[in-house]
Design a protein around this ligand. Sequence first.
Ligand code: MG
Length: 345
Amino acid sequence: MSDQGEDVITTAHGAGSGKMRELLGDLVLPRFADGEERATVGLDALDDGAVLPLPESGAMVVTTDSHVVDPPVFPGGDIGRLAVAGTVNDLAVMGATEDLWLTSSLVVEEGTPLSLVEQVLDSMQTACEEAGCRIVTGDTKVMGSGEIDTLAINTTGVARVRSDEFVTDAGMQVGDRVICTGTVGDHGISLLSEREGFDFEGELSSDVTPINGLVATAMAAGPVTAMKDPTRGGFSAAIVEMAEKADVGVELDESTLPVTPSVASAGEILGIEPVDVANEGKAILSVRPGAAEVVLDAIQDHADGRDAAIVGTVTEDHPGRVVLDTGFGRRYMTAPEGTPLPRIC
Ligand code: MG
């Protein structure tokens, strides 16, 4: 609340949980919800991207993200790598893994060293090469000193898919096995450690990576019914959203969830659960039970998926809820509310 008692935007509105849902539900969806010219997957779905029908055949997947991470250079990456990986990965988890085209819009603060801009552009170029994608149009704006903090990058991605090829985050089916493609919490925990000035002997590093190649490998190995990248809000927010949207239960075995020892101990010191913070190079896949082992093997054979694991099962029981078996008992997993973590991606 401001001095006048007027409602204002708070950091909680950007935290990807309750307040953001209110903002979307109260202000955005009533204005822009899908009309008669329906998208195949539109704004109402609140998925990682939209799927639009094309006149002849196939469909177009489109997604957009603004990246405002602080600090702009962090262990394991920088805002440029993040801006490319974030958008490539949102396309990938919609099933669009090749022929990806990106736009890039930079907003830079006056006084930002040119060397930083060059470093960020180098990282974007490298990430594009890794993903096999191209930046084909863009925009650059400069704001005055103090009017923006260093730089923000918006990237939009488009890709064409066959109409039977796209995957949403709402398709989990009872009996599916849930695969997490690697360790959780690396990006969020390493970024927060950096901000707090803990170095943990340099063992922490963001996982920021374009994973379209990994996702293509998984989809070629067996039927994937639902996918999501666990970015802001972490693994817990993503898996709860998937269970809610499909109206199914998910039972997770905590002992199978991959977490590096350094992330686990840094998380304890920071008082933050690794499952509640952003990943920038991981995906959660729901896979038909007969294919789960084959898909897991294919993912583990990929350089970005060595730590992948089957972490749970989709059930008829407790629809819309995720039950975590901790080894000591069972409890519901919930999306993080509480302390928002601004500027993590
Ligand atoms: Mg996403």
